[in-house]
Design a protein around this ligand. Sequence first.
Ligand code: HEC
Length: 436
Amino acid sequence: MRDQPKKICRSCLIFFIGTILCSWRATASDTNPVFTKDILPILQEKCQACHRPDQVAPMSLLTYQEVRPWVKSILKEVTAKNMPPFHAKSPKGYFKDDHRLTDNQIQLISNWVKNGAPKGNPADAPEPIEWGGSAWSMEKPDLILDFPEATVSSRSIDDFVLYFSDYVFQEDTWVQALEFKSSNYEIIHHVGIFAVDSRFEVPDELMLLDSEDGVGGRVIEKNAALIEQNYLYTWLPGQRIEYRDEGQGYRIRKGERFVLQVHFAPSDVETKCTMQMGLEYVNGEIRYENMILPSLMTTLVIPPHNPSFRKKQSTMFLQDSLVQSFLIHMHLRGISAKFVFHYPDGKVETAFEIPKYNFDWQRVYHLAKPYKVPKGTKVEFHGTWDNSTNNPLNPDPNALVVWGEKTSDEMYGASIYHTVDLDEPIVVENGREIEK
Ligand code: HEC
């Protein structure tokens, strides 16, 4: 993991006044920090969302016993600014869920570890956070969709399999959060999540594709009909979709049902896995519909030994939009990405940038303050790949690499999450429009 967050600039004046104000305490806590009083509050605020049981991180950091064996590793990761993970630079606006540590917090953790990581007085510990016993990250799904259990045989190739939920929506239904869950994330590489008309006949050949279909954009080509239906989002480890801002919702149309297109990675053993989707409904007035402006560079071809291969692709906002969030997905050779807006009045602006992309860290970056872009704004998606030996993650610098779903192939999958105004606001209860 590599991370290059912005350094927080502090004015000397604030530093100076702060030093005077704090000096009388001799800052005992800063130089001799202890777990209960000084470190645990930081872990609660900045780490435990991921570092607790059944979440994405490899170990739990809830208690002193759990944290103690990891202190050397924690020191290394936080001083290198690898943890908490955050890779985006946003020239315009800033992001929610920015868990980066302050320089002060890094210093505190560093002092604590160097002093032998003392525990301190248990009475000084803050109350543990109630993370909720639910297996879902959302509070409580209003609807849980079950999919047939998958049996994945032991094999050396990737498979792409479609799974349908039986549930058919009887009316247009507005949701504000979507979450995918499985009993076994290890064999799942990613999941494309769609809603399709329940009468839509899926050709048999699409039900099960294999490794070869995953190369050169063929899964996408074959799935074109599916994608033209209602593409909702792509699950990657740790991703879910949530829009709780007032007046917004995703529309699942009357007559649609959910389809998962699951990419199973190769596996040594036969495994079973259950899959579910949780949905949370909107209540209240809806004025904006959530949408996605995607970009997929399926014609990507990266020559061997090229340390800096660049490609770009353009698309356009077809309606006045409010930009909410960004996601970029590349594979092991991806090293940077940026989205540039060209406004109709000629102004050009970088809207989103990951200066140092890392495959281990992909997440949706939500703007703290969504902003408007007029219809006709052109979006230029840029990517850079390093297919040389300089790139420690590169599985094979001799390979001519094409767009593909497998991790050893390359990809550019970008999404700009935005909303458009509805012609007329509607009022919904449990996701359904109330009669006027
Ligand atoms: C957004 C989720 C997330 C947050 C927030 C987060 N981590 Fe992590 N952390 C992970 C994941 C996932 C891994 C394993 C993947 C990896 O090592 O690349 C990891 C790995 C680590 C490791 C390396 C473990 C090893 O195998 O050596 C350390 C240490 C660590 N985290 C400490 C922290 C600390 C301390 C914080 C808070 C200051 C934090 N993390 C915040 C998700 C997170």
